[in-house]
Design a protein around this ligand. Structure first.
Ligand code: HEM
Length: 129
């Protein structure tokens, strides 16, 4: 049977796949999106943000739920703290990317930072269990 614990982890991992996987898919689609017009990447990025940030909010919500649901002694150190650092750097990179207003360096550095640290957070998340 599916337990509440399974459901809690399912929601956490589902939201993580949207945040991490969405960035990979978007990067892969970018050359095609660019061919659709000058404004197309910006429109797609905005549409993507409407999905990605709610997914990030769900990650944080279910992450806190995870924390309250497991015994404090089950949290490994410093792996958990490292994972939190990766999560924050991923969000910070996404914000730099989002507010780059056309600055190519900020777009590239912010996007790469967000994706690399999102992938690391995923790996650390798996290593936590
Ligand atoms: C980009 C952000 C994040 C990603 C990609 C991510 C990913 C994951 C993954 C893949 C797991 C393992 C699930 C499993 O194998 O069963 C996990 C577990 C966990 N995550 Fe996250 N996570 C993120 C953010 C957070 C945040 C912000 C928190 C806390 C506020 C958090 C707290 C936890 C805890 C405590 C567990 C262990 C749950 C358990 O053992 O029952 N995560 N995470």
């Amino acid at each position: 049977m599916i337990s509440l614990e399974d459901f809690r982890l399912f929601l956490h991992v589902l939201a993580s796949t949207v945040w991490v996987g969405g960035q990979i898919v978007l990067a892969g689609l970018l050359p095609t999106v660019r061919s659709l017009g000058e404004d197309a990447p910006r429109k797609i990025a905005r549409a993507y943000n409407r999905i990605a940030w709610p997914a990030f909010a769900l990650i944080v919500f279910t992450g806190l739920w995870n924390l309250f649901a497991i015994p404090i002694s089950a949290i490994p150190h410093p792996e958990f703290e490292l994972k939190m650092l990766f999560v924050m750097l991923s969000a910070a990179g996404a914000l730099v990317h989002q507010f780059a207003s056309g600055n190519k360096a900020m777009l590239a550095v912010g996007g790469a930072t967000s994706s690399i640290f999102a992938a690391l957070a995923l790996l650390w998340g798996i290593a936590l269990v």
